[in-house]
Design a protein around this ligand. Structure first.
Ligand SMILES: Nc1nc2c(ncn2[C@@H]2O[C@H](COP(=O)(O)OP(=O)(O)OP(=O)(O)O)[C@@H](O)[C@H]2O)c(=O)[nH]1
Ligand SMILES: [Mg+2]
Length: 450
């Protein structure tokens, strides 16, 4: 997609799914939205269009023939999601009705919206900052309650507020230094110097604290791959089913039951984890060709995993388990499985029984510990994107330089230059400083209709 930031033409899109459903919602936004509404909608109750009031009526074609019975809600300019005049049309969700409704909106003057174009307009009209716009996408894509809570926190402006406090401190120090630049013969007094240093220390501490949330925050949006690995018959497939709460995999006491890669979704410590079950791995001359292919797939999965859970049933000791390790680039938990049969777990990180459920909570906690946890409060602001992380790293580096320059009583211009760099990173984060390439990347990943 190539964005045209100056367009205010009227766009429309199906905001709900393509498959058949009871209802479907179309959104329309742009300078002619009200005219389009007049052309396509015949309300049952007469009267002026009132913002936010849902009205029942008919969707009609150019000749007045009825296409569907619909509910329509109008939003006035300045009080809508995009900031432009817009409306939502709730139609019946079958294929034919959706196709007819879309064709009618286009005929009445709408253009089909690009992915994320409604949210882009909200950014351009100043309704949302860039971090809030990204949070819209995160709310839609969240797979766990924790991820959606964190996204809602950013959508409410939490991240914007947090970085604004840092920015205020930067601007405060910068203003003081710049006022002094005109009077180079009057150096900062000691008390003044201390006050500026304290303000910078506070900004640095807040930046560092925010950066500390990124490890968990990034996992919230990106998810993680947790591989269940081990010898044949270790109980991997049973554990997959237990972690996902679903019978995803066939389980049998014949070793070599699983050949292909199987995946299930599990919420582990708030992070949406893809739990991966693979063929049991063993070495030896008696492997048949299909078993070899299964093992090759299992080994390929090792290289994609964020965390490996290496399951060892009774009879496989810790030393034998160590021989299964392919590399040391990702954390590996050595887990004694089938603990109900043999509770001895010497040398292992923990033991589980997928049959009784014993140890599963601890396993989840140990896996989650690799990406840290959310802080004490559920409404803590988190950095959930690599872009935010990179900008805050740039901010911290520049703040650190500014603080050091101030401590060494370097010229005000030097400190001020670093502070301007720190402020610019924050401005890029919230989109104060809109960069078309960045917008392109962000909005091209959005859903159509959002
Ligand atoms: N007692 C007991 N039996 C278990 C447990 N977990 C799995 N089993 C049994 O062990 C056998 C193998 O289980 P699977 O889950 O298929 O093992 P797997 O590691 O996926 O085996 P392959 O796919 O063949 O490599 C089955 O008969 C399971 O019922 C457990 O915690 N306790
Ligand atoms: Mg299996």
């Amino acid at each position: 997609m190539s964005l045209d930031l100056d367009r205010h033409d009227t766009i429309c899109a199906l905001a709900t799914g393509r498959e058949d459903a009871a209802l479907a919602i179309f959104r329309v936004s742009g300078r002619d939205a009200e005219n389009v509404l007049d052309a396509v909608f015949r309300p049952y109750a007469q009267g002026p269009v009132a913002p936010f009031v849902a009205r029942v009526g008919r969707l009609v074609d150019a000749d007045g023939a009825v296409l569907d019975e619909v509910v329509c809600t109008y939003f006035a300019a300045g009080r809508s999601y995009t900031g432009e005049q817009s409306f939502e049309l709730s139609v019946h969700g079958g294929h034919a009705v959706k196709r007819a409704a879309q064709a009618r909106l286009v005929e009445a003057g709408c253009r089909l919206a690009e992915p994320g174009e409604f949210t882009l307009r909200a950014v351009l009209t100043g309704r949302l900052d860039l971090a809030q716009a990204e949070a819209v996408e995160d709310v839609i894509k969240a797979k766990t309650q924790t991820a959606s809570q964190a996204a809602l926190q950013s959508l409410a402006g939490g991240l914007g507020d947090a970085v604004q406090r840092i920015r205020d401190d930067i601007v405060d120090v910068l203003a003081e230094l710049e006022a002094r630049l005109d009077f180079p013969d009057e150096p900062l007094g000691e008390a003044e110097q201390d006050r500026l240093a304290q303000t910078l220390d506070r900004a640095l501490a807040e930046t560092t604290a925010l950066l500390g949330t990124a490890r968990f925050g990034l996992k919230l949006t990106e998810g993680a791959r947790v591989l269940l690995y081990g010898v044949p018959n270790a109980g991997k497939s049973t554990l997959l089913n237990g972690l996902c709460g679903e019978e995803k995999a066939l389980v049998h006491d014949v070793p070599g039951t699983t050949r292909d890669v199987l995946e299930g979704l599990a919420d582990i410590g708030g992070v949406a984890c893809t739990v991966v079950d693979v063929a049991g791995v063993r070495r030896g001359p008696d492997l048949d060709p299909v078993e070899k292919m299964g093992i090759a797939r299992a080994e390929a999965e090792w290289r994609r995993a964020d965390v490996v859970v290496c399951l060892c049933p009774p009879g496989v000791d810790r030393a034998a388990a160590a021989e299964l390790v392919l590399d040391h680039e990702r954390p590996v938990l050595f887990v004694r499985s089938k603990a109900d049969l043999d509770p001895g777990a010497a040398g292992f990180d923990l033991s589980v029984s997928a049959a009784t459920g014993a140890g599963l909570a601890e396993l989840r906690a140990r896996v989650a510990s690799f990406w840290g946890e959310q802080g004490d409060s559920a409404d803590e602001v988190l950095l959930t994107r690599a872009r935010h992380h990179a900008e805050m790293e740039a901010c911290r580096a520049a703040l650190g330089e500014a603080r050091a320059a101030l401590a060494q009583s370097m010229p005000g211009e030097v400190v001020a230059g670093e502070l301007r760099r720190a402020g610019a990173a924050i401005d890029r984060l919230v989109g104060q400083d809109l960069d078309e390439d960045v917008l392109d990347v962000i909005f091209s990943r959005f859903c159509i209709g959002k």
